[in-house]
Design a binder for this molecule. Sequence first.
Ligand SMILES: *Cc1c(COP(=O)(O)O)cnc(C)c1O
Length: 415
Amino acid sequence: MSEFAFIDGVLYAEGVALTKIASHYGTPAYVYSRKMIESHWREFDSALGEQEHLVCYAVKANSNIAVLNILAKLGSGFDIVSIGELHRVLKAGGDASKVVFSGVGKREDEMAFSLKQGIKCFNVENANELIRLNEVAAHLNKQAPVSLRVNPDVDANTHPYISTGLKENKFGIAFEQAKEVYLQAKLMSNINIVGVDCHIGSQITKLNPFKDALECILVLIDELKQEDIELHHIDIGGGLGINYQGDEPPARADYVKVITDTLKGRGVEVLMEPGRSIVGNAGVLLTKVEYLNATPYHNFAVVDAAMNDLIRPALYEGWHDIKRVVESSNADAIDYDVVGPICETADFLGKNRTLQLEQGDLLAVCSAGAYGFTMASNYNSRPKVCELMVDGEQIHVIRERETLDDLVFGESLVS
Ligand SMILES: *Cc1c(COP(=O)(O)O)cnc(C)c1O
């Protein structure tokens, strides 16, 4: 259920009107619902039930420490892709022993810090990374817990930029080489093989790709058994899609069921790394119409949010529903391109949207909780917007709007 709903013609986040948020905190602003974040995480966790499991929220989807803290309190694990994300998890009260570390380019310092913190697992993405990890662990006199990220060559049927499980992608170890790399790992004195991992892409709206990937992994697990390599866990990655534009992703419980059914009787721990599915629909980007501009060819609504705040439309043709915050309007319904002030043609939040607009109107760009703020930049010297967490009737400022001085922080003149 969405906590972003109209009450008496005004869009609310839980118990707070977005009009009130705009007048107190200004626009643009990211607004999240605590209830939705919690209930989405719980749907994964409770569907996994008695099956030994750990839901490792993918930090890169939304890494605000308040979001991480809310999930840490529920007992969440975390999937990280950098030392910076580990720092955030620790700041937020997350448990290092529930952290898995993915990513194709782990540096030595990142490995060493993670080993010292005692993370649960390194998801190793190539044979040279394994060699480096063994050396770093030996230097620290530690055993590095390892899963190999295997690329099952499954087509996730998603946008090419967010597809990761095809053999031409940079991610993971090719399925046909995986066994050989496991055999190498077995011979390394400071590597402790604990599992296997795959992540085939993002915004996946069918169950088959997940089932295909898992079946592929099970074949590998059986082959490894014959080599006396026993795995303690299977990490199925993230990737479950959400509804942006009439998409009908499987329910979280149905997704979990396909995985637990496929694994019946295997006696392994299941890890999953959902990001978007937990936070995507739990956030909106609140923005204000600055200008209406009718050219001979197009009607533009120029808003105060831009591609630097939400890059998904420009980067992967991401589609976000755009709603008036105050439902009724006397303006004519017109097709608008909703664009930001940035000097790039790619700076749009939505095209061809039929909206009734006047200057000063508030809009909510929906489903912006994942890959929104985390991908924001200061391009065009625009301070990053504030982030707010609504919890019932309460509003928490979880990140202040950046100031003009923040923009030049750390810069200096040549002396
Ligand atoms: C991005 C990513 C995820 C999360 O993907 P979602 O589509 O947001 O669920 C999980 N695991 C890895 C390795 C990733 O790179």
